[in-house]
Design a protein around this ligand. Structure first.
Ligand SMILES: [Zn+2]
Length: 125
């Protein structure tokens, strides 16, 4: 996108003028904070973590309600089996939450200002 006018800042009057070319308007843009391979790794961490967290939350709720006891424990003691299953999925869920945080940190975006004329970018304050 290039402005066709020579008048500085005519199209984007509310944006600051580029300091590098002294003509282009700096418009705000969201970009990945990390490089592409790191973002891919971030999503590979984040997506399974979210799924595991949802599954664990459901499993914990089920075991709290005592419904999961029969499915996961073949012992006669339904209460102990249910509690064990509940704690097991609780800690798995915590682990998934931590790796999800790491994944989320890797896929975060940041705001930059990009020049419409020369394409220079500066980090938005
Ligand atoms: Zn510029």
């Amino acid at each position: 996108m290039y402005s066709l006018t020579n008048e500085p800042n005519a199209i984007y009057p509310n944006y600051p003028i580029c300091k590098i070319c002294d003509r282009g308007a700096m418009t705000q843009k969201k970009v990945w904070r990390m490089s592409t391979p790191v973002v891919v790794i971030g999503f590979l961490l984040l997506i399974p973590s979210v799924l595991v967290m949802i599954f664990c939350a459901a499993a914990v709720l089920m075991s709290v309600a005592g419904i999961g006891a029969g499915a996961f424990s073949d012992s006669g003691n339904a209460t102990a089996g249910s509690a064990f299953v509940g704690w097991f999925f609780f800690f798995v869920g915590i682990g998934a939450f931590i790796s999800g945080i790491f994944g989320w940190l890797l896929v975060m975006k940041k705001s930059v200002l990009q020049c419409q004329q020369c394409g220079a970018t500066i980090t938005a304050s």
